[in-house]
Write a protein that binds this ligand. Structure first.
Ligand SMILES: *Cc1c(COP(=O)(O)O)cnc(C)c1O
Length: 851
């Protein structure tokens, strides 16, 4: 831990008679009385309401401001570090941050949950109802965005100075409704009733250019230079959200950028008479950050998407350069103060943008700028699917970013010169490494740009990194083996235990203290209690109570009565063929079929719970949702089943909903085709909350199984090499279908229209795809899966054994904390140290720095 010397920037000299503000006042005090007074004050002065006319939302907003006030002192003290010449700062560049609601999390970080609860209670109001008012900002699709959120939490908790840079989408991921069993998308209006956790900072706006052409010229020193003459200029306005560390003074900043029109530009450069057209241009500018692309996979060929990526990256880099120059240092040392992590290739155009800013705008020599750039960036890869690697058609790219196209050509030219020497003109090798894909229509390969422009490249689970080196990034691994490392993902125990599972938190605190919240390895101490019958009983009681909560929630929202004593078998995640929700469905139909044959079959009662959104244009995924809801409708209402199996599709899977689902699981479904899931983080959240996993050897499942012990993990299915082998040998799913009578019967039931009121067409596309193509090998893994599920049921019959396995899972999950992951990034990629943020008892009113 370092403490940097006091740094007073030149602009903040305080006049002698400057007023000072005492810290211990209504805006910072923590007593219940003060909190109540502050709440009433905010309700009146910020919401403009008396208590008797206040809506629930007014009350929530006022309460949120009470909490935000108590973070500001720490926030501004942390922000001061960003200008400190000796501070080294992590910039996490991500097109998505899936934060979830803030109020509860901030109360936990501040350690004032009890006081605030009491204040609300004394006012005669329902704290949980107020918490439920918060609309989560759904600024991400799934795992990738949620990872960024967990990492922001860990960076702050580890006292690492950091800034998250991203996009403030006006509409985040759509809200999902289920109508007639189908997904219906509804726009997400998270800003509708006001959002108390952000502060606009228009004084730090930047301009971002698009389109037009470039011109070369010779500068006054006789150097060849290029200037970009853009067609359009857009303003980027930063909106800051405080990200508070757990029980520390560090409050980092998440700085999201909104696009707005630049007032003066349009009216000067367009026909003066064309007022209407000029206003139209303004609307175009604001469209840039209107909506998140609701697709889990990269979106090919959408100009607006490229422009979104460039927009936020340019804003971020301009902001970093401003901060650097403010600290009084020159840009040759930019990489000493900033390290920037590229969360997938979405921000990879950063490499070209930083070069442009350094060379064209700030006059650095190319070689110096390249060294700075390379040493600034590090790249995290998130996918193994070759078709999912981002690439942009050259002409599309050049239309929006003509100067960047030139810069990429120049980077590539120099890179190819180097590769030519190293591989003695091996043309095939050069073609594969090139930043430009020249086979047919020409494309820019963003992963190649990220690899060349970064000093470090990492995958997100051990298996994923290993496969990266063998497949999609093989050539780069051979060229730069020293750049590669693995950083297995992690999740924050603050949100995923303390906030979402208060019952478990209390039991853990009562049993092993509280150290595990910051040092998750300490969960190991639970192993000393696995043989203690009263502890086991307690563990079981807690799980049951959480399942009762979810049971009530399901009943009140959907009218479906489930049995809290049944095995809660849960699969929640984006709907995708490779994640194989439909394999889960085949198992459900198998059980249903067995009951039909033998009505008195003795089976372990199960509640199958699904949740997840499908990309709106992903036809097959949407049909998988319809299949799940259709099977549910039949199974749940067939008297022959006698409630032994129930199927529930919970609509609108998001962070808020996930927080009530993970803790209630007995069984976690992690059943992707081996070699397809990069890491997964849902698998970690389940296991941390005492669910056992049924899973393939894919992503982080491999490491979870190693950690919890193979005897505490239900493994099935082909391994990644076996998947490749099976395909290479000419996999024919029809053989599995025709030779496995039970599988055949299951598929025939779907085909016969049993789940579609006799309609044989509805699921034909799904079934045909399985029987004739089956690219994700469901049929090859079917029997292994069904057998494994039988072992799950047998194990569940012995509640003592199950409970011990459950406790052991939680106890051995310490490694999967995002604190551990961030510590590895700090030590092995970023080379950053924690910095203690001091709390000063007084702050000078006009010296309140912000950045
Ligand atoms: C954790 C999480 C995910 C990622 O789940 P996987 O099972 O790893 O795909 C997606 N969405 C939300 C809301 C999450 O909390």
């Amino acid at each position: 831990m370092t403490t940097l010397p006091e740094f007073i920037p030149p602009s903040t000299e305080v006049p002698e008679n400057c007023p000072t503000v005492a810290v211990e006042d209504d805006r910072t005090g923590l007593s219940v009385e003060t909190l109540r007074r502050a709440w009433a004050d905010h309700l009146f002065y910020l919401q403009g309401k008396w208590p008797e006319i206040a809506t629930q939302n007014d009350l929530y907003m006022a309460l949120a401001y009470v909490v935000r006030d108590r973070m500001l002192q720490r926030w501004l003290n942390t922000s001061r570090l960003y200008r400190h010449p000796q501070a080294r700062i992590v910039c996490y560049l991500s097109a998505e941050f899936l934060l979830g609601p803030h109020l509860g999390n901030n109360l936990i970080s501040l350690g004032i949950e009890d006081e605030v609860r009491e204040a609300v209670k004394q006012s005669g109001l329902d704290f949980d109802a107020l918490m439920a008012q918060e609309e989560e900002p759904g600024l991400g699709n799934g795992g990738l965005g949620r990872l960024a959120a967990c990492y922001m939490d860990s960076l702050a908790s580890l006292e690492i100075p950091a800034i998250g840079y991203g996009i403030r989408y006006e509409f985040g991921i759509f809200d999902q409704q289920i109508q007639d069993g189908w997904q219906v998308e509804v726009t997400d209006k998270w800003l509708q009733f006001g959002y108390p956790w952000e502060m606009a900072r228009p004084e730090y706006s930047v301009e971002v250019c698009f389109g037009g052409r470039t011109e070369s010229y010779t500068d006054t020193e006789g150097r060849y230079r290029v200037r970009w003459v853009p067609h359009q200029v857009v303003q980027g306005i930063p909106y800051d959200t405080p990200i508070m560390g757990y029980e520390v003074n560090t409050v980092n900043t998440l700085r999201l950028w909104k696009a707005e029109a630049v007032e003066s530009f349009n009216f000067q450069s367009f026909n003066v008479g064309d007022y209407y057209g000029a206003v139209g241009e303004k609307v175009m500018s604001e469209n840039l950050t209107k909506v998140l692309y609701p697709n889990d996979e990269p979106i090919q060929g959408k100009q607006l998407r490229l422009e979104q990526q460039y927009f936020f990256v340019s804003c971020a880099l301009q902001d970093m350069i401003r901060l650097h120059l403010l600290s009084g240092r020159t840009l040759e040392t930019f990489h000493e103060r900033f390290t920037a992590q590229l969360n997938d290739t979405h921000p990879a155009v950063s490499v070209a943008e930083l070069m442009r800013l350094l060379v064209d705008v700030h006059n650095l020599d190319w070689e110096v700028a390249w060294e700075v750039t390379r040493r600034t960036f590090a790249y995290t890869n998130h996918t193994l699917l070759p078709e999912a690697l981002e690439k942009w058609p050259l002409d599309l790219f050049g239309q929006s970013l003509p100067r960047h196209l030139q810069i990429i050509f120049e980077i590539n030219h120099r890179f190819m010169d180097q590769v030519r020497i190293q591989y003695m003109g091996n043309e095939e090798k050069m073609a594969r490494l090139s930043l430009i894909d020249e086979g047919g229509e020409r494309y820019i390969r963003m992963a190649n740009l990220a690899c060349v422009g970064s000093h470090a490249i990492n995958g997100v689970a051990a298996l994923h990194t290993k496969l990266l080196k063998q497949t999609v990034l093989k050539d780069f691994y051979e060229l730069y083996p020293e750049k590669f490392s693995n950083k297995t993902n992690g999740v924050t125990p603050r949100r995923w235990i303390v906030l979402s599972n208060p019952r478990l938190t209390k039991l853990l605190k009562d049993t092993i203290g509280s150290d595990w919240i910051k040092h998750l390895d300490k969960l190991k101490q639970l192993e000393g209690h696995v043989q203690n019958p009263s502890f086991c009983q307690h563990w079981r009681d807690i799980k049951r109570a959480i399942k009762v909560d979810l049971t009530n929630y399901i009943y009140s929202t959907q009218g479906i009565q489930v049995d809290p004593d049944s095995l809660f078998d849960i699969q929640v995640k984006r709907i995708h063929e490779y994640k194989r929700q439909h394999l889960n469905v085949l198992h459900i139909i198998t059980l249903y079929d067995r009951i039909r044959h033998d009505p008195n079959l003795d089976i372990v009662p199960r509640t199958f719970i699904f949740g997840g959104k499908a990309a709106p244009g992903y036809f097959v995924a949407k049909r998988i949702i319809k299949l799940i809801t259709s099977v549910a409708a039949v199974v749940n209402n067939d008297p022959a089943v006698r409630d032994r199996i129930k199927v529930v599709f919970m609509p609108d899977y998001n962070v808020t909903n996930s927080q009530r689902i993970y803790p209630a699981a007995d069984l976690s479904e992690q059943i992707s085709t081996a070699g397809k899931e990069a890491s997964g983080t849902g698998n970690m959240k389940f296991s941390l909350n005492g669910a056992l996993t049924i899973g393939t050897l894919d992503g982080a499942n491999v490491e979870i199984r190693d950690a919890v012990g193979p005897e505490n993990f239900f493994l099935f299915g082909l391994t990644a090499p076996e998947v490749e082998e099976t395909k290479a040998q000419g996999y024919n799913p029809w053989d599995y279908y025709s030779q496995n009578p039970e599988l055949k019967e299951v598929i025939d039931l779907i085909n016969a229209g049993v789940f579609s009121q006799g309609d044989r067409e509805l699921f034909k596309p799904l079934v045909d795809s399985l029987v004739y193509h089956d690219p994700y090998l469901l049929l090859a893994d079917y029997q292994s899966y069904v057998d494994c599920q039988a072992r799950v049921s047998e194990t569940y019959r012995d509640r003592d054994v199950w409970t011990r396995m459950s406790i052991t899972n939680t106890a051995r999950m310490g490694y999967f904390s995002s604190d551990r992951a961030i510590q590895e990034y700090c030590d092995e990629i970023w080379n950053v140290q924690p910095v203690a943020v001091e709390m000063k008892p007084y702050v000078q009113a006009n010296a309140m720095l912000s950045v």
